[in-house]
Design a protein around this ligand. Structure first.
Ligand SMILES: Cc1cc2nc3c(=O)[nH]c(=O)nc-3n(C[C@H](O)[C@H](O)[C@H](O)COP(=O)(O)OP(=O)(O)OC[C@H]3O[C@@H](n4cnc5c(N)ncnc54)[C@H](O)[C@@H]3O)c2cc1C
Length: 432
């Protein structure tokens, strides 16, 4: 392994934590009883808590680690419409009307995050920069351009097709075959956003307690008894917002989400002029490979933040860092000697139908399964879930009531992940 790719003071924690360290844990005793207990303090949990607290419900949010320790302070800060399956796939499964409603929900989630941070005045480098979705071969480019030209009526999104000859206006590389810009997609500093949200939830009256894993949930007549590492709490309503960190606490949910590691690096600061040349439009970027890479400039436009999956099984950021660096250098050979300042990872949650799910099981509310695209959707569904908990009809979503599938013999350990990733990496290399 090429360890000299790491800066001498390289950190194996998220780049974002330098500016927004994890909050100090609340060490006070837990309340005996609350109206709403939320498990997980990422975007899903805090948005749900913000709604329940603002509706006057006493609300407690607990996290096994520090507040926001999960994906919500580790991600790439790219915001899209989040729904992976296209109209045809969804229409085959759920009918035209439901398919349309689900895709519109995705579009609403993207717009809503911008409205939310604006209305709440959360200073978090939110910018509508557009996404350059790059084609890794000529066939993918043709497919992208065709899909843009044939967008279903009523579901059109603002796009711009970029042929290979014009690609350098987007990105200083010849590694792609052109692409499409999704003009409404946005970037954000995920940890500053999380911090602003945390402050709004606390100001609304929610209590957020870190380092307090919940170890069991029992149905307790009219409510629930939660046992935690720091004592028991009774709650009328419980929200599970554990996404890629869903574990044995909720076996029914654990059987329905597939935890997958996503890995990122940050480079050391680059000269401003170099970054302005490499990424002149400040877009967020992703590509059409099945094992996708995603990247962007840091909000101060001095570093590249580069993410993806570089190993078949889960690995250590000390090993993934150089592999991600090598992928970055394939695109931008001039970065070969640039060193890594941060290397980190987190667990996202995939689902068997590639959709996120919101609902209630055994009296416990949940929203999860964002399939690696949850900055907008976890925020939006968390908000809707909070409204559902307080009985508001505005909590309804197009995803309500969708069957949350599992598979025989799957209990939460994705034994099939390594062979699947190996197969998809092979197909990406074949250009198919
Ligand atoms: C490296 C990386 C890059 C990503 N990039 C993007 C991106 O650019 N764009 C995008 O849209 N999405 C991205 N994502 C995904 C996105 O960050 C997530 O979908 C989103 O943050 C999920 O939020 P959440 O609140 O549901 O879960 P999380 O933020 O993961 O929070 C779940 C919390 O539950 C807690 N928990 C688990 N079990 C218990 C328990 N028993 N008791 C108490 N607490 C518990 C965990 O400690 C954790 O803090 C990325 C993810 C990663 C890891």
């Amino acid at each position: 392994m090429t360890t000299d790719l790491f800066a001498a003071d390289c950190k194996f924690t998220p780049f974002w934590w330098d500016r927004v360290p994890r909050p100090v844990a609340d060490g006070n005793p837990l309340p005996e009883r609350v109206d709403v207990a939320v498990i997980g303090s990422g975007y899903t949990g805090l948005h749900a808590a913000l709604q329940t607290a603002r509706a006057g419900r006493s609300t407690l949010v607990v996290d096994a680690e520090d507040a926001g320790w999960g994906c919500s302070s580790r991600n790439g800060g790219q915001i899209s419409t989040s729904i992976k399956p296209g109209f045809d796939v969804l229409a085959r499964r759920h009918g035209d009307e439901r398919a349309r409603a689900i895709l519109l929900e995705g579009q609403r989630s993207l717009a809503w995050v911008g409205e939310f941070v604006g209305a709440e005045r959360i200073d978090c480098d939110f910018r509508v920069v557009g996404r350059f979705h790059a084609a890794h071969n000529a066939r993918e480019f043709a497919g992208l351009a065709r899909r843009v030209a044939e967008q279903p009526k009523g579901l059109e999104v603002a796009t711009q097709v970029v042929p290979r000859a014009e690609q350098r206006a987007e990105l200083d590389t010849d590694a792609y075959w052109g692409g499409v810009v999704y003009l409404r997609h946005a970037s954000i500093d995920p940890a500053r956003y999380h911090q602003g949200l945390l402050e709004r939830a606390v100001a609304a009256g929610a209590r957020v307690v870190g380092r307090c894993p919940v170890t069991s949930i029992e149905n307790d007549g009219g409510g629930h008894l939660l046992r935690t590492a720091r004592g028991a709490v009774r709650a009328r309503d419980v929200v599970v917002a554990t996404n890629g960190y869903t574990g044995r606490l909720t076996p029914w949910l654990q059987r329905r989400v597939i935890p997958i590691g996503s890995y990122m690096i940050a480079t050391e600061p680059l000269p401003e002029a170099q970054l302005a040349r490499l990424m002149p439009r400040d877009r967020i970027v992703s590509d059409t490979r099945r094992v996708v890479f995603y990247y962007r400039a840091s909000p101060d436009r001095r570093r590249i933040l580069f993410g993806g999956r570089v190993s078949t099984g889960e690995t250590d950021p000390r090993l993934s860092g150089p592999l991600l660096h090598a992928e970055m250098v394939q695109l931008f050979p001039e970065l070969a000697a640039v060193r890594i300042s941060h290397s980190w990872c987190g667990f996202v949650a995939y689902t068997f139908d590639e959709l996120m799910h919101i609902g209630r099981h055994d009296g416990v509310h949940y929203a999860m399964g964002y399939c690696g695209s949850g900055v907008g959707m976890a925020s939006y569904l968390g908000m809707r879930l909070g409204l559902q908990v307080v009985g508001r009809k505005e909590g309804a979503t197009a995803l309500d009531g969708l069957a949350f599938q599992t598979r025989p013999l799957y209990s939460g350990n994705p034994w099939f992940l390594a062979p699947s990733v190996r197969y998809y990496q092979w197909r990406d290399r074949q250009g198919s």
